[in-house]
Ligand binder design. Structure first.
Ligand code: ATP
Ligand code: MG
Length: 215
């Protein structure tokens, strides 16, 4: 099984700008800058065959490139017990459209609906008992944060490996909005799974052929 989610990744310019926000809250576990992402759809644990089905569905998505601007900061969780700190996005109809297309592709692949409303954000830190006043000070200090405008022309299917020191995300496939794949070959795990499936299927074919008295 593999834990998957679909997200936007960011160019260095954005990562650097976000990395500069990663200070000033005691006890915050800041996200490593090369792990910053904006989740479009969490998929969860699936087998290789389902992963491939999802990937095929995602590869049919086509829409125009669009601009994205990160804006302001916020928290999730209780007001007095925030559990994550994030950067938001200026309202963006094209981003919402992409999210819908991704959601539809995932649903078509047989994955259960995600009941949560899409709340576009980039997580900067996990919080665990961070002092309430320091979070408040951080939020007001960065309320007008505006990231460099960035062009979105692709999205990524990530795997997530949950380790004791936090999740590690790995890009498995990159899909261009003009319909192409950004890399020639799909990642190995998909190829491996496909091969395993073909092998099983091949054996089944042979068994069936034997049952019908064929060679
Ligand atoms: P951890 O669970 O250890 O805190 P994580 O949340 O970063 O790590 P995952 O749980 O694998 O790692 O999640 C991957 C991405 O999907 C993250 O951006 C996470 O916020 C998002 N995500 C996880 N679960 C959901 C969900 N049910 N709905 C929407 N987004 C989700
Ligand atoms: Mg999680």
């Amino acid at each position: 099984m593999i834990r998957l989610f679909v997200a936007l990744s960011f160019p260095d310019e954005i990562r650097q700008s976000l990395a500069a926000l990663c200070a000033g809250v005691p006890g915050a576990r800041w996200v490593n800058p090369d792990q910053f992402h904006l989740t479009l759809r969490f998929i969860g644990e699936v087998d290789g065959r389902t992963a491939r089905t999802v990937s095929d569905a995602l590869s049919t998505i086509i829409m125009p490139d669009f601009d994205l601007e990160l804006f302001s900061v916020g928290t999730f969780g209780d007001r007095r017990k925030a559990n994550s700190l994030w950067v938001g996005v200026r309202p963006n109809a094209a981003l919402n459209r992409l999210q819908e297309k991704v959601d539809n592709a995932v649903l078509r692949s047989g994955i259960a609906p995600d009941r949560r409303k899409f709340a576009p954000h980039v997580t900067l830190a996990r919080l665990n008992n961070a002092p309430f006043d320091r979070i408040g000070a951080y939020l007001s200090h960065h309320a007008l944060y505006a990231g460099p405008r960035t062009r979105c022309d692709r999205f990524t299917l990530y795997s997530s490996f949950l380790s004791s020191s936090g999740a590690i995300y790995t890009p498995e496939q990159v899909y261009r909005l003009d319909g192409g794949l950004a890399e020639d070959a799909e990642h190995d795990w998909m190829a491996d799974e496909a091969e395993a499936w073909d092998q099983d299927h091949g054996d089944w074919d042979k068994a069936e052929a034997a049952a019908y008295g064929a060679e």
